[in-house]
Design a protein around this ligand. Structure first.
Ligand code: T1G
Length: 701
């Protein structure tokens, strides 16, 4: 036995308790403990065995932290084979998270009893892997339903215990007393023959209909995978369960797993799995507890304010929304109700659910009505003057201890905080549009933000199911700051000879959800235009956007005006070339005396992605972000970055910081050098050979 697997005898049943907090991952000592426990149960004269997890959860999967390290026997496939081959019947007590290797262990048991609210799934594809301990071979043999097997393996989505009973994944469900029910079943079947419950012995037969089903499923799986390979490879293994014997199917699954576990995609997906957990943790220097938030005030009921108000109401928190006029409130509330109601058709929400959420919203045009709010988030116009005015008023009416948050995308929060007598209560909570949908929340810790105010924002992120990343004050914080050099290179590439469509396609082929020109059209070209006017760019910088500015001046504002860099079908919003944009770009190139050239997709990817990484290294070096992995979280959750690439910083690491640094040095010495400011930190890391991951370990506060 090992300390993580205990044995308890209950009459003739041996319960093997897995105890490996926090999620009972199948670390080496757990795997070894299970094998030993099976022997000990037999020695103890048990007639049947129950496998159960401590802490209200069965097993959440293999220990992800062990991947990439030398395998310590027994490996999970052999543990599963040992369980299945055991002379005594084994019943799995499935509750809490029964995922990945955890479900594979349950599948190698002979019976399964589940709590109705348990989560059973094979999420390995989310890590760029596939079920590597027999899941692709045993699941189809148990379910005898290719559609269900394909869906579970290729989507990674879990099912509830109740649903699991429906599809035959478990033998019975209970609402409580899962272990007791498993012991009762163990007693019941102890003397019965259970040969037919050893799933490896089950034979599946491939039919034309089943083969056609696999053929039909693959294009959809590939489309949804958006460049990720694991869902496709995992489904191929499920198909093999119908075509070749179990042992050969296991060999195919193992070989595929070994290929995927060393793949860049899996390394990237495991990186972001841990990155999103790290970014949700308070900095080490922060002490204390979050303040209690019973009521939230939102200033502004426009696109952002309405979306933020929806986020809190969705989390069950009462919200007071303040606008300057009743008309503005009418519009804002109508939009919120319409947005929620959209989910009724798809069954995501009921009419009563919409009414419940709306009932949590109060409205007012008076600041006095915010006096009882514990957190107030302003989402008014993005000008410093208006923000200062709002915070001056808040300082006068907000209760003592209220956290005062600004949703600003760029502005200096220290300056805003200075407008109040309570800068310790002030911080940034930067939401991304649409705020009720987009998962990222940039929490900006200003110089005087109190620890418990910061902890309150982190707690609110959790409560509203947002993925947070903490930034320090700096123009554009993390995400928007890095967007500037990214868009700069994209626009330069168009000036030099690429078309907007070629740039966008090269980047969607790289994995981005949308290319920069399509995103600019979506956001509205006038937003960038106004920002450039406000910033009064120098000549080098402003010439880059001459074409974009001309488009706005010609009335091409993007999707909202029907055309921008692209023309949009009024019905379908499908985009096609805007010949006027092509003419304007060509005109600008001539005026600027630019001799265009053929530009490769590779150059487009390198210059845009390395510009992101370089600026990210500046952000890191300046302490605006505490970790490189936080920057990756920002881009995954706020900007449509391809998750299976890990993030701009992880991608640069996977290319090799030396390579990235050499390219940036080359470009900064070249014709476009004025547009490159190599990050000292990036150059130092490239020189020293230290990785960003190591830098994070050493420096993350
Ligand atoms: N391995 C190692 N650590 C894990 C882990 C795992 N499988 N799952 C969670 N942790 C850590 C996590 O990093 C965090 O650590 C703490 O536990 C709490 O996690 C062979 C190959 C189970 C739904 O993909 O989805 O089996 O930050 O904050 O919100 O076929 O964790 O405290 O130091 O997420 O309650 C398949 C991954 C693995 C499930 C719980 N299994 N985990 O969520 O807590 S591959 C998974 C989750 C596999 C086999 C294959 C979630 C959760 P720290 P948490 P939570």
């Amino acid at each position: 036995m090992t300390q993580s697997v205990g044995l308890e005898m209950r009459d003739n049943v041996a319960i093997l308790w897995i105890d490996n907090p926090p999620v009972n991952a199948l670390s080496h000592h757990v795997r070894a403990g299970i094998v030993t426990g099976l022997e000990k149960a037999s020695d103890a004269g048990a007639k049947a065995i129950v496998l159960a997890g401590k802490g209200g959860t069965f097993i959440a999967g293999a220990d992800i932290k062990e991947f990439g390290k030398p395998l310590q026997e027994p490996g999970l496939p052999s543990v599963c084979d040992t369980i299945e081959a055991t002379a005594l019947p084994v019943v799995a007590a499935v509750e809490g998270n029964t995922l990945g290797g955890g479900l594979e262990v349950a599948l190698s048991c002979h019976y399964r009893v589940a709590n109705a609210k348990a989560k059973l799934g094979l999420p390995e594809v989310n890590l760029g892997l596939l079920p590597g301990a027999g899941g692709t071979q045993r699941l189809p043999r148990l379910l005898q339903n290719p559609v269900e097997s394909i869906t579970m393996v290729s989507s990674g989505r879990p099912v509830s215990g109740a649903k699991a009973a429906e599809i035959g994944l478990v033998d019975k469900t209970v609402d409580s007393g899962t272990v007791e029910a498993a012991v009762a079943l163990a007693n019941e079947i102890a003397e019965q023959d259970f040969e037919n419950r050893r799933l490896s012995r089950v034979t599946l037969e491939m039919t034309d209909a089943i083969a056609a089903g696999f053929d039909a499923a693959m294009p959809t799986i590939a489309r949804k995978a958006k460049g990720a390979i694991a869902p496709i490879r995992a489904t191929e293994c499920v198909r093999a369960a119908y075509e070749i014997p179990f042992n050969e199917g296991m060999k195919k699954e193992r070989a595929t797993f070994m290929e995927l576990v060393v793949s860049d995609q899996s390394k990237a997906l495991r990186h972001i799995f841990f990155a999103e957990r790290a970014s949700a943790k308070p900095p080490k220097d922060v002490k204390g507890d979050p303040r209690v938030v019973k009521k939230v005030g939102i200033i502004g009921a426009g696109t952002m304010g309405g979306g933020i108000a929806m986020t809190y109401a969705e989390a069950g928190i009462p919200v007071t929304v303040l606008e300057m006029t009743e008309d503005a409130l009418d519009r804002g509330f109508a939009t919120m109700e319409k947005n929620w109601a959209r989910g009724i058709k798809s069954g995501r929400i009921t009419k009563e659910g919409v009414a419940e959420r709306m009932a949590r919203l109060e409205r007012t045009t008076s600041y006095d009505d915010l006096a009882d709010c514990d957190l107030i988030v302003e989402a008014v116009f993005e000008t410093m003057a208006i923000k200062k005015e709002v915070f001056g008023k808040l300082d006068a009416v907000a209760k003592k201890g209220a956290v005062l948050a600004t949703n600003t995308s760029y502005l200096d929060i220290n300056e805003i905080a200075a407008e109040t007598s309570r800068p310790a209560d002030v911080l940034g909570m930067h939401y991304f549009s649409p705020a009720n949908i987009m998962p990222l929340l940039e929490i900006v810790r200003a110089d005087e933000t109190a620890d418990d105010a910061l902890l309150t924002a982190l707690e609110m992120a959790k409560k509203t199911r947002k993925t947070p990343a903490i930034a320090r004050v700096g123009h554009g914080f993390i995400g928007n700051r890095m967007l500037t050099p990214y868009l700069r290179q994209a626009n330069l590439l168009v000036l030099e000879g690429a078309s907007p469509d070629q740039v966008d396609k090269a980047l969607t082929d790289f994995g981005w959800a949308m290319g920069p020109f399509a995103v600019s059209d979506l956001a509205g070209l006038d937003i960038g235009y106004k920002s450039r006017q406000d910033q009064k760019l120098d000549e080098h910088e402003s010439r880059i956007y001459t074409a974009a500015d001309r488009l706005v001046e010609a009335g091409f504002l993007g999707q909202k005006s029907g055309a921008g860099f692209y023309t949009y079908d009024p019905e379908t919003r499908a985009r096609s070339e805007n010949s006027e944009a092509t003419r304007i770009v060509s005109e600008v190139r001539s005026e600027l005396g630019i001799n265009t050239r053929e530009i490769s997709d590779e150059e487009i990817v390198e210059r845009t992605q390395f510009a992101l990484a370089n600026e990210g290294a500046h952000v890191l070096g300046e302490g605006v972000a505490a970790r490189a992995s936080d920057i990756d979280v920002v881009y995954n959750y706020g900007y449509g970055y391809p998750r299976w690439r890990g993030g701009p910083m992880h991608y640069a690491e996977s290319v090799g910081l030396k390579t990235v640094a050499a390219k940036i040095s080359e470009w900064s010495d070249g014709a476009g050098g004025v547009h490159w400011t190599p990050s000292d930190l990036l150059m130092e890391l490239a020189e020293s050979g230290q990785s960003l991951a190591d830098w994070d370990k050493e420096n993350a506060s």
